[in-house]
Design a protein around this ligand. Sequence first.
Ligand SMILES: NC(=O)C1=CN([C@@H]2O[C@H](COP(=O)(O)OP(=O)(O)OC[C@H]3O[C@@H](n4cnc5c(N)ncnc54)[C@H](OP(=O)(O)O)[C@@H]3O)[C@@H](O)[C@H]2O)C=CC1
Ligand SMILES: O=C(O)[C@@H]1CCC=N1
Length: 270
Amino acid sequence: MSAETIAFIGGGNMASAIIGGLLRAGMKPAQFLIVEPYAPQREKLIGEFGVAALAAGDAGLAAAGTIVWAVKPQLFSAAAEPIKAWLGGALHLSVMAGIRSESIVAATGSERVVRSMPNTPALIGKGIAGLFARTAVSGEERATVERLLAPTGQTLWVEREDDLDAVTALSGSGPAYFFFFVEAMMAAAVDMGLTAEQGKRLALATCAGAAALGLGSDESPTTLRERVTSKGGTTHAAITSMQADGVDAAIQRAVLAAQKRAAELGREFG
Ligand SMILES: NC(=O)C1=CN([C@@H]2O[C@H](COP(=O)(O)OP(=O)(O)OC[C@H]3O[C@@H](n4cnc5c(N)ncnc54)[C@H](OP(=O)(O)O)[C@@H]3O)[C@@H](O)[C@H]2O)C=CC1
Ligand SMILES: O=C(O)[C@@H]1CCC=N1
């Protein structure tokens, strides 16, 4: 192991998305060390990526230049405690929701901490990750983090750490809101006599097309929505129904609930 080694504490969904992306971008399996207590998951990582995976961290961690924290926030303290002696020399990158950088400094003994909030489209290189760096992190280390996350999609730096709670609520959790919407579209498709499969195809292609249209256009989502909405037509009927049901306000409340929960996770498990 060397300073080029990237160690992951937790080898689940998010770790796999980042490791897979970096391997596709040309990093070598020997550059990774994963600490993952769940044996079937360890075997999956070894089989899929050819990386080294240990049930528990050991002194070898001290050589890693970068340590990525990818355990559930609830498990952070318990995961850090037994390996603390070997963490002080590394740059730490957390993907954990809520856990404050101050808690990561206290648990690792390193001031060089970057927090990120990726999302699951990272699995196909189409994610977006919010990033926050503590002042001890150098410009070069910020660039290192950007390189690490580049294969997973876009990155966006925020200046205030608390803003990561809003990023978590928007883009971290956002893919689930989108699938929730698609599930409802599919249920409506079935109500109207289409099959669920037809509903899924129509809903996903429509959402993907609308997102691509929005990304490629200088016009606001409001203008793009209005362009679909003919006077007295079908879209007007649907939007009027959603407004009467308070769907927009409900979505805003839901996103704020996620932001509040992110802050709570930091207080409860930091
Ligand atoms: N999923 C998402 O959309 C996003 C998740 N995140 C954040 O990423 C983090 C990881 O989430 P995700 O990848 O979905 O979760 P997973 O449950 O898939 O991965 C976490 C892994 O860590 C393992 N683990 C548990 N205890 C330890 C330990 N002591 N040492 C090392 N590994 C341990 C778990 O094993 P076991 O299963 O045995 O407990 C599990 O395999 C979370 O903090 C979450 O907030 C961030 C952005 C988006
Ligand atoms: O639900 C969660 O807590 C994590 C953080 C963002 C997405 N999943």
